[in-house]
Each structure stands twice: as C-alpha cells, then as structure tokens.
Design a protein around this ligand. Sequence first.
Ligand SMILES: Cc1cc2nc3c(=O)[nH]c(=O)nc-3n(C[C@H](O)[C@H](O)[C@H](O)COP(=O)(O)OP(=O)(O)OC[C@H]3O[C@@H](n4cnc5c(N)ncnc54)[C@H](O)[C@@H]3O)c2cc1C
Length: 656
Amino acid sequence: MNVSENNRLNQYRQKSSFKVEKLYNVLFAEDVASFRNTIYEEIKKYPILYTPSSNENLDEQRRLSSKRLQILSRIRRKFNDEISSNEEYAKIWFTCVCNTDISSIIQYIISIELVPNAIKCLGTERHVEYYTKIINGEYIGMLALTEVGHGSNTKQIKTTATYDKDTQEFVLNTPNFEAAKCWIGNLGKIGTHAVIYAQLITPDGVNNGLHAFIAEIRNPKTHIPHPNVIIADMGEKIDLNGIDNSILILDQYRIPRENLLNRLHEVTVDGEYVKYPEIKNPFAFSLGVLSNGRILICSISSYQISRAITIAIRYAASKIDHENEQISLLEEQTHQIQLFPYLALAYVSKIITDRLLVVQKRFFTDLIINGSSNMSEELHAITSAAKSVLTWSVLDGIRESICTCGEFSNLISTGLTNARNVHDTNCTYEGENTVLLQQTTNWFVKLWSMKLQGKTVNFPLQSINYLNDASNIMNETFKLTDIDEFIKPKNILSCYQWLVCHLLKRCYDKQAHISKVCQKSDFWVKNDSQIFFCKNLGFAYIQTYMIQETALVISNIRDVQVQQILNKLLSLFGVWNLQKHIVSFYEGGYAASPNFAQIIEDSVLFLCKDIKKDAVCLVDVIGPSDDFIKSTIGRSDGQIYTNFRSFLMQASGTFS
Ligand SMILES: Cc1cc2nc3c(=O)[nH]c(=O)nc-3n(C[C@H](O)[C@H](O)[C@H](O)COP(=O)(O)OP(=O)(O)OC[C@H]3O[C@@H](n4cnc5c(N)ncnc54)[C@H](O)[C@@H]3O)c2cc1C
C-alpha cells in the first residue's frame, strides 16, 4: 500500500519570516554550540535514554529508569568540569537532559541536583564525601521531607531526631504512620542516602525545630536496607512509574552525630545546641535548597509545552480542513486561538527559565562563597510564583494540544495524553502550587506596607521595583487606539505594571478590612483574601516579570527578523493573559470605554493570524528533534498517516 502525502509543513516553512538557524542559535546558546552538539551526540549513543517504554510491567519500568539514571550520571561525570564551572554549560546540559525519559530525569534531579545541593547548602566540609559520591553516582540520593499526614504543612513534621550523648548518635524515629516519610523518589529500589528532615531534640528535652540530616538507609554495595529501616513501595501511579516513590518508616534508627547538616547550627558532643551567629540569614540557605528544584521544574515544564505544541501544530498544519481540501486545519481561527498562545508560552517560558537557571547559579555561588545573598527574598518570590503559574499554564497548553489532535491524542504513540499525565505532578511536588503562590503574595502585601511608610522598594532582580512609582502608575488610564502601538511589549508592560499596583493595593485594603473591621485573626485575613485578590496578584506579578525579562533578552538580539518574531510571540503572550484580567482594568478605572476590551480581542486575533505563517518554523526551533519527539504525528516530515502506518506495522501485537 502506498500512502503518499503532500508535505504541507514545507509549504508553511517557505513562508517563514525568519531564518530557523538564527533563532535556534539565539535560543539554544550559540556560544556553547559545540558543547550542546557534543552532549546531544552523547545522549544519542544510548537509545534507551529516549526510546519510549511500551507495556512494561512496573518492575521493568523501574529497572529501565534506574539504568537510564546510571547512564545520565555517567555522562554528567564525563562533562563534570564544564557543567560545574560555567552557567551556560550547566544550562545547556539540562536542556539536553530534558529530551530523555521523564522518570529518569526526575530521578536524576533528585539524586544529582537536589541532594548534592542540599548537602552543599546546609552541610559543611565533613559532608564532602557524601556530596562527591552522590555526584559521582556511587551513592544514590533522596530527599525525605514529606510525611503521610504532612505535605505543605512542613512545620507539623513529626519525625524526630533525638540526640543520644552516650553514643554520640541521633536516633531517627517515626512516631506513627502519619509521620512516615512519603512519596520519596528513588527510595523503593535504588536510593542509598537520604537527606531526612526531622525535629531535632536535645538531651534537655528541647525540640529545636526542623533540621536536615544525611542518612545511609541502604548498604550501597548490596542495596539491602539497613536494620530498623522499613521501606514500603507506593505502587503504580498514573504515570512516572519509573520513579520508585515509597514510604520510609524509621524505627529508632541511629546515625552518627556528624550526619546533622551543620552549616547553620550544631549539636556538640555533650548535646548542647549551638546556633552560628555569623549566619545572618539562615532562610537564604533553606531557599538555596528549594529554589533550584523549582527552577528545574519550570525548565522541564517549558520543555513539555514545547513538545506538546510542536506535535499539535505539525498535526494541524499537515491535516486538511474537512470543509476545504486546499487548506490545513492550522488556517482555522479556532485552532490558532487554541495553539498559538501556548506556542508563545513555550518561547517565553524557555527564555525565562534559562535566565532563572543562571540567576539561581549566581545566587548559590554568593551563598556558598560569601555566606549570604541579597537575592534570597526576591528569588523566593519569583521562583514560587513562576513554578506555580508556569506549571498550571503548561497544563492548560497540553490540554489544548490534546483537543486539537482529535482522536489521535487518545493513542499513547502520539505522545500527548501521557504528556498531560507526567506533567500533572509538576503542579504538586517541589511545593504545591496554591501554597507556593501564597508565599509570593504574602511577601507583596508586606511591600505595600513599606511603600505606605515612604520606604524605597529596591530588590536586585528588579521584579517589583516599579512599586516606587506606584502613585503615578495607578493614575494612568488607557488611551491607545492603534493595535500596532498597543502590542509593543513596552505598552503591554505598562498595562501589567498598573495591574500589579492596583491588585496589590486592593489586596492590602481587603486584608486591612478583614483584620480591622471584621476583627478576624491572621489566618482568616489571609484565607478570606485569596480568590479575586491574592491569587490574581500572584499571576499578574509573575506575568509582568516574565514580560519584562523576556523583552530585555529580545532587545539584545541583533538579527532583526529574529527580534521581530520573538516580539510578536511576547506580545501574544502578554495580550492573551491580559484578557484574563480584564475585569480588574474596568473595576480599577484603567479602562472606561469598550475600546480596551476590543483592542485586546483584536490584538489576539491579529497576532495569531500574523504568527500563522511562522508557526511551523517556530516549532522546528523550539520542539525536540525527530530523535526525541516520541510521537507518530509530530515528526518534522509532516507525514502523519505514513508515520502512523509504519508505527502500526512495526508494533508488536498489531495483527495478533
Ligand atoms: C510523584 C511525586 C513525587 C514526590 N517526590 C517527593 C520526594 O522525593 N520527596 C518528598 O519529600 N516529597 C515528595 N513528594 C511530595 C510532594 O512534595 C507533596 O505531595 C507536596 O508537598 C504536597 O503535599 P500533600 O500531597 O500532602 O498535599 P497538601 O499539602 O495536603 O495539599 C492538598 C491540597 O490542599 C491545599 N492546601 C494545603 N495547604 C493549604 C493552605 N495553607 N492554603 C490553601 N490550600 C492549601 C493544596 O493546595 C492542595 O490542593 C512527591 C509527590 C509526588 C506526587
């Protein structure tokens, strides 16, 4: 049977307004292009890293995932000097890793990024051996914070670490099932060393609060759990089954005193608890552990939306409209509105997460070398909001991509439905989204109070410094009538800055009202001002930051065509999200006539239509290459039916 298809993707490619290689080099670190290519070639040597699993049982999925983790560790080790010494190399390394199997990426992040990071941030020279052996892949790391009954509410954690001065050991104990460590990645089958968070109790009976310890829970040679350590596998999940998430029960399990990660405090041999006064901001060190994970989740999410949107746009461009054989589904306005705002999200999120990866590395270096960093508060606000808003938006984008692919999206081989399943948990781990967003908005409300006292708001990453000009910003009203003018990023940014100032004042006033007039406690003040107030503010703040930072990156690009297309995507990202805040603009008096709503709608439609001719080339740049796309309908040749047919022909069981 001969199935021949027109290559509609090439027809679109010929109309593109920019050169694919130029945009690719802007986005994927031209400066380190040879390193990028080396890593890609290295990954390609191991098809097991990126070949999708099919129908394996749970045990086999776990085995494959741990094998992939070993290979990733080996490659990481091979390029350790470059990755450790240079932010750009580190960034491009992680970009390449994102193309491999998602379970092993998460296992990699836990063992080789988060755990060594926690040891470096919270530990001292006495923990260097653990750090080195985990980075080298000799030990496999785990992070054990969550308990069965205590997830976001970490203050309630009940695992105890009681110091026994007779033996100079900490006795780790799980007092009841609610206190069992839970969801711990790498624990079920492979993990050897866990950073365990527990309440530290000194011999005087005082509970000194939550502290981190490094504990060997399995023999690294035999992989048999040590006595008094009970591990219970949590079983099959909706996806990510390569990760062996498990429960950990510690039954009076003893570890040496030296295993307390003691950068910020110490327990002496005699059992005295000592805080180090020279550490001015211990919070910054805890943040150092958390922010890295959040940014890596943003980075994975950015990759997930790039992949989903690539599949959906190639499918839409390749498939003919049912009413007119001459045109593709991509010509449909409904398709454009479902897909192009998420294409814009893919680009903006790539630019912003790459930037945050670099900022995070600088923050970390500041912290380790200088013992403090002036970025900590602001970076916490940015990463908490970015992780929440980005992962939620990506979830929406994957869902829209699924919808536009019709019946095909039901098949695992198209790689979309499973993209949604694997992405779902990004909204939960490394900080549950709702709770994280609250942390950002709590900080803001304090800033407004600073402003009212006439203090200057001055933060190094400049994410909110425009608050100093809030009085003028809030007096602005909408006056533009011309779309070309309106969609310029600087004008969109003005709308957002007005929005943040307005929502912040509104939140502050609302909370003051609940507190003073309704006489409610702090809990209810916070609780009763979330919906329509704090939550909207969190979204507006991070969207503003994303636009501001992306505009800055674009302004430094020399190629005019690349600059133009990126500006269009940024404008679409901006106006599309503005639409969701429209009520606030009228409610706050920024807009008075229907013109504002109208110009937003017109701009969205105008930009979608304009971006259409470039959409295929845009996904050629941002999407994974054919080696890594893992989709029968998402390949760059646009031969959706031919590829589907050959998949069927090769799949085991097709004709059984
Ligand atoms: C696949 C997977 C892997 C994981 N890996 C690890 C790991 O390796 N190590 C580890 O320690 N943990 C891990 N976790 C646990 C993860 O970090 C927690 O699930 C997360 O912190 C949320 O905790 P929870 O599930 O108890 O939910 P909860 O915190 O109980 O939240 C449940 C719901 O209540 C809401 N809620 C809670 N508190 C508030 C509040 N104050 N205000 C408003 N709403 C609130 C939340 O928004 C959410 O909707 C993993 C989880 C998953 C799913």
